[in-house]
Design a binder for this molecule. Structure first.
Ligand code: KG4
Ligand code: ZN
Length: 351
């Protein structure tokens, strides 16, 4: 009798249509991602209506490609997993409808996945410690998820048990990267553009604010930093013209590097505070912004200096993908946590 568990994962929460087949939570049999970046680029951000139309066009070809690449037949798939929250509801609905249809036709269980928890799963994919609560594992762990829509710190008990410690009260870190890139006339998505521009800049050139909120707060706020960049470029009264068009590359690079340094500084300091509070032995990092080299290096440095283990998502699984969905679904499958046909899309997290 076959003991392996093959799960088809589906992800459509924002502007990537993705499907993947993962065996036993860690063995990636296929990974297909169709990005809509080109469709949204001219608007400087994701347009929900355009995203949902593109998901409708792409979803079945992408799933078909994922199944073919995995070299399995539909009969070998043990469950269908889908991100149902948080995200753009008009986008999530497309993935959910496809997943429900396949689960019904194939007579397989349906598994609902929280997209943010799945981002953290990307950081745990290579370690069985946290997943299986072994004695050698580095628990407790503090987990930082930094994406375009979320900036959250969790107390992580294991793959399925996460307690929210703090989150952003306004812009997410990725959103701040995207908006500042737009101020600086750098292309969307802003994270990679700012990181590239920042390579030639001086992170100490401008002392942008580090918003820490109340003394013990583990929440984040990035809107003040974004406004500080705007004031820096347009003048405080906002009456002056945006000087960016007249700036040389070095000046843009200095702004990008100083902004990036401010974001990373806050993320690292808050993560250290959270780690201290729960006595964390491990630090986990996931989400689109986790692809940022300065953030990865600075968090790693802090982990080393404070005697903690650091687990970070491989770059290819930082931004949205379905491998993380199918991987986390394995642990829900093992725990018998299934959804039914009433599954709905939710814009915000309910756990
Ligand atoms: O996780 P993700 O793909 O989508 C959401 O769930 O939101 O994250 C996308 C975000 C975007 O805001 C993008 O600018 C940011 O991740 N990002 C980065 C980098 N690569 C992507 N931010 C900073 N540095 C990067 N290298
Ligand atoms: Zn995401």
């Amino acid at each position: 009798m076959r003991t392996d568990v093959n799960i088809l994962g589906i992800e459509t929460s924002c502007d990537e249509t993705a499907a993947a087949v993962v065996r036993n939570g860690t063995e990636v049999l296929s990974n297909v991602v169709s990005s809509q970046i080109e469709l949204h680029q001219k608007y400087g951000g994701v347009v929900p209506e355009i995203a949902s139309r593109a998901h409708i066009e792409k979803i079945y070809p992408i799933i078909d490609q994922a199944i073919r690449q995995s070299k399995l037949n539909s009969g070998d798939i043990d469950a269908v997993a889908v991100a149902n929250q948080p995200g753009l509801t008009v986008a999530l609905i497309i993935g959910i409808t496809a997943a429900k249809t396949l689960a019904l036709v194939w007579e397989k269980p349906l598994i609902a996945i929280n997209h943010i928890h799945a981002h953290l799963q990307s950081a745990m994919m290579d370690t069985k410690d946290l997943q299986h609560r072994q004695v050698s594992c580095g628990l407790p762990a503090v987990a930082l998820v930094v994406s375009g829509g979320h900036t959250s710190l969790y107390d992580c008990e294991n793959t399925l048990e996460l307690k929210l410690l703090g989150s952003t009260i306004d812009d997410a870190a990725g959103e701040a990267f995207d908006k500042v890139a737009s101020i600086l006339n750098l292309p969307y998505p802003g994270g990679p553009s700012i990181e590239k521009a920042a390579k030639n800049g001086n992170p100490d050139a401008i002392n942008f604010p580090r918003t820490m909120l109340a003394k013990d707060s583990l929440d984040f706020s990035f809107s003040g930093l974004k406004t500080a960049v705007l004031y820096h470029c347009c003048g405080k009264d906002m009456k002056g013209e945006n000087r960016v068009g007249k700036m040389g590359q070095k000046e843009i690079a200095d702004i990008a590097a100083s902004f990036q340094a401010a974001v990373v500084d806050v993320l690292v300091r808050k993560t250290q505070m959270a780690a201290g509070r729960i006595g964390a032995r491990t630090i986990l990092l996931g989400g689109g912004v986790a692809a940022n080299t300065v953030l990865r290096n600075e968090l790693e440095k802090m982990a080393q200096q404070t005697g903690r283990k650091m687990l970070v998502a491989p770059r290819k699984y930082c931004t949205d993908n379905a491998v993380m969905i199918a991987s986390l679904a394995y642990y829900k499958y093992k725990a018998g946590l299934f959804a039914d046909m009433t599954l709905e899309a939710k814009a915000a997290c309910d756990d």
